[in-house]
Design a protein around this ligand. Structure first.
Ligand SMILES: C[S@@+](CC[C@H](N)C(=O)[O-])C[C@H]1O[C@@H](n2cnc3c(N)ncnc32)[C@H](O)[C@@H]1O
Length: 277
């Protein structure tokens, strides 16, 4: 396993993934029972606003049945399955962490979507794409984990068709952070690259992309993470019963940390759509 794949486990969202099987048991699904992608969406979307956010991307990118889509950092496969189930597009889902990738592939198989979603394990910066090309690249809360943005965008440009689209929901630095804040984000959310908004856009332009849309999501995501934390705490007894106390504690700590940094006004959220020029 790569160093990144090991070190990223400092982020507690990634440490108790057995919670997915616990949630499935709670809704009465046997271990190998077939599933609908929609039955998973309450717990397989590791970003903000769940499948609504993915639907927004589907519309912005006009993803349809003949689209070839690459998701960078596909996690448990939630967005990739939703795109495939909704549009019948061909989705390639690349994930750094082997355990998440394995679980994602199992869930996709159980949803009967393996013909549309290909799960790959690996680090985007080192993955050998050969002459494979995509119409669009998408990612939700993944690329801030990847330290080398120029390289990430250079590879992205190479594997996109002419005029291909790049969509990301991601994090940025809204205001200057203290050393302590930077350190806490480095471990707590494995933040490897958090430029300011101007630098964020400049990276895309320098890499040969035209920015079509760029929205500051910070206020929205501050509210979202505030509500998420409150709901999670309110349902503490239920979560401890279904997921166990160690998982509850890890998830609560993670939700609290993210929310604190959004509320400080220093951690920001961005949604960007860019075209290979
Ligand atoms: C917050 S999760 C989001 C998962 C998924 N996009 C979703 O919204 O449900 C970000 C994912 O990006 C993955 N990731 C981080 N660095 C990566 C890299 N270099 N290559 C591929 N995946 C990466 C992480 O392992 C993690 O599963």
């Amino acid at each position: 396993m790569s160093d990144h794949a090991t070190q990223i486990k400092s982020m507690k969202l990634y440490t108790h993934i057995e919670r997915i099987h616990n949630e499935l048991a709670e809704i009465g699904k046997d271990k190998n029972a077939p599933l609908e992608a929609s039955e998973l969406s309450a717990f397989d979307q590791l970003h903000y606003h769940g499948t609504d956010a993915v639907d927004h991307a589907i519309d912005m990118l006009s993803i349809q049945d003949n689209s070839r889509v690459l998701e960078i950092g596909s996690g448990l496969g939630g967005p990739a399955r939703h795109i495939a189930a909704k549009t019948q597009a061909n989705v390639t889902a690349l994930e750094l962490q082997p355990d998440q990738n394995e679980l994602a592939a199992e869930l996709t198989e159980r949803c009967g979507l393996s013909a549309s979603v290909e799960h790959l394990a690996g680090d985007f910066l080192n993955y050998g794409w050969g002459d494979q090309k995509f119409d669009c690249i998408v990612s939700w809360l993944a690329i801030y984990h990847i330290p080398d943005r120029p390289k990430l965008l250079e590879i992205s440009r190479e594997i996109l068709e002419p005029g291909g689209l790049y969509f990301a929901e991601d994090l940025f630095s809204r205001n200057v952070m203290s050393r302590e804040e930077t350190e806490e984000l480095k471990t707590g959310i494995y933040a490897a690259y958090l430029p300011g908004m101007d630098g964020y856009k400049m990276d895309f332009v320098k890499a040969g992309f035209e920015i079509l849309e760029c929205d500051d999501m910070s206020e929205d995501w501050t509210q979202f993470t505030t509500d998420r934390l409150a709901h999670y705490r309110n349902a503490k007894d239920r979560h401890i019963r279904v997921q166990g106390e160690p998982t509850f504690n890890a998830m609560e700590e993670f939700y609290d940390l993210v929310n604190r940094h959004f509320r400080s006004g220093k951690l920001g959220g961005v949604r960007i759509l860019a075209r290979k020029s």
